[in-house]
Ligand binder design. Structure first.
Ligand code: ATP
Ligand code: MG
Length: 382
């Protein structure tokens, strides 16, 4: 059984590795040159894209920014899961906000800007602390600008002067003073059955995810219910099939949706070592029509991204419950090179393990590590 994934990065690689034991062969499409490649070696497979589409039982995506003509071709085969509309909603913040509004899902106060002069209205309506996001092709904090005080408005306008906002509008959001960032990842199959993973708490640095802890600590019943209901509303509302990730801001008891990702997600990488059936495995099950697997956490987990560096002591593998996942890329600033999962019996032990990890890695590339270790130890004692 073959599954074709659009995008040939680490997410396709992890799907490939999780597909092997189930007899599912995952092939990837390098969307830049439209070649079919092996998801691990990245070597070109001697087969046309049309042939690979024909051979596959399902087509899916590892990222939402797949060129539209490829998505349309995939959709015409009748095998693309999740659907083209869902992928496009994840790729375009204007569509995404429309979807959230249509389904009545709480999100950040925002406005769509197609002309730079509309920024004055934004400041009037939303206040002077704003985050501006290009509606397309942004990720990991790229394509974003911030306004922190009214006095910065003129400078911001001149920075944005060259952008064609009529073609790629900006979504301007109020800067939300959230208590923390969490995410819910769940999976829905073709029959409408769903499973959700425990919420993850996510620590960002400069717009990029650095550390996730799952299950997130101190989630109240009401927050858990809200998150599950947001997942159900979106997954059912889109007739979604596959893994869906939803990034949330927790503001007191209220959860606001930051963004949705119609795919497996970085904040779900802990599931590779921390749950019975990982997000990658469950995604393949959903799109191929296999029964979904259990999504509970087996223990407590931390996922630490290795970003922009490839030199650290491999002795970190001596930490019990430590698992390294390496993506095989050349190091570049801000590039996700791999991740490290740590599993523990409780949060104090998890904090200790993060501290041990900090001794094996160059800390300038892991700005959240020690802080998070100390926080986990103090929270779990409290
Ligand atoms: P990703 O890599 O998750 O796709 P992204 O570049 O698409 O990131 P967002 O998730 O929208 O962008 O924003 C990145 C980070 O910026 C968020 O995780 C959050 O820390 C911060 N942020 C975004 N929107 C807001 C907001 N309205 N108020 C406060 N902080 C925000
Ligand atoms: Mg995000």
């Amino acid at each position: 059984m073959q599954v074709l994934v659009y995008g040939a990065g680490q997410l396709a690689q992890m799907m490939y590795l999780e597909g092997c034991p189930m007899g599912i062969e995952v092939l990837a499409v390098d969307v830049k040159n439209e070649q079919v490649v092996h998801p691990v070696t990245k070597q070109t497979v001697d087969i046309t894209l049309e042939q690979a589409i024909e051979n596959a039982v399902a087509l899916t995506v590892e990222f939402e920014h797949v060129p539209e003509h490829l998505l349309e071709q995939a959709s015409r085969s009748g095998k693309l899961l999740p659907s083209i509309d869902t992928v496009l909603a994840g790729a375009d913040r204007v569509r995404e906000k429309r979807l959230l509004t249509k389904l009545g899902v709480a999100n950040c106060p925002h406005q769509v800007v197609t002309n730079i002069h509309q920024l004055d209205d934004c400041v009037e309506d939303l206040g002077e602390r704003l985050i501006l996001k290009a509606s397309r092709d942004g990720y990991d904090g790229y394509g974003q600008w911030r306004l922190t005080a009214h006095s910065g408005l003129a400078a911001l306008k001149s920075t944005l002067q060259g952008l064609d906002l009529a073609t790629v509008p900006l979504v301007v959001e109020q800067m939300v003073d959230f208590d923390r960032e969490i995410s819910i990842i769940g999976v829905r199959d073709k029959l409408g059955n769903t499973r959700v993973y425990p919420l993850a708490e996510n620590l960002h640095h400069k717009g990029q995810l650095h550390v996730s802890v799952a299950p997130a600590l101190n989630i109240t019943d009401s927050q858990q219910k809200q998150a599950e209901s947001i997942f159900a509303t979106l997954a059912e509302g889109m007739d979604y099939v596959g893994v869906l990730a939803i990034e949330l801001f927790q503001c007191g008891e209220q959860l606001l949706v930051n963004e949705i990702a119609p795919r497996v997600h970085n904040s779900g990488h802990w599931t590779l070592s921390g749950s019975d059936v990982s997000q990658f495995n469950n995604h393949l099950r959903a799109v191929t029509g296999l029964p979904l697997g259990q999504s509970n956490a087996l223990n407590v987990n931390a996922m630490v991204n290795v970003i922009g560096c490839s030199s650290f002591s491999s002795d970190l593998l001596s930490i019990p419950g430590c698992h390294l996942y390496w993506y095989g890329k050349t190091a570049r600033e801000k590039r996700k090179m791999g991740h490290i999962n740590l599993t523990a019996e409780n949060y104090t032990e998890l904090g200790d393990k993060l501290l041990s990890l900090s001794e094996y890695v160059p800390l300038e590339h892991f700005p959240k590590l020690v802080e998070e270790a100390k926080r986990l130890k103090s929270l779990s004692v409290a």
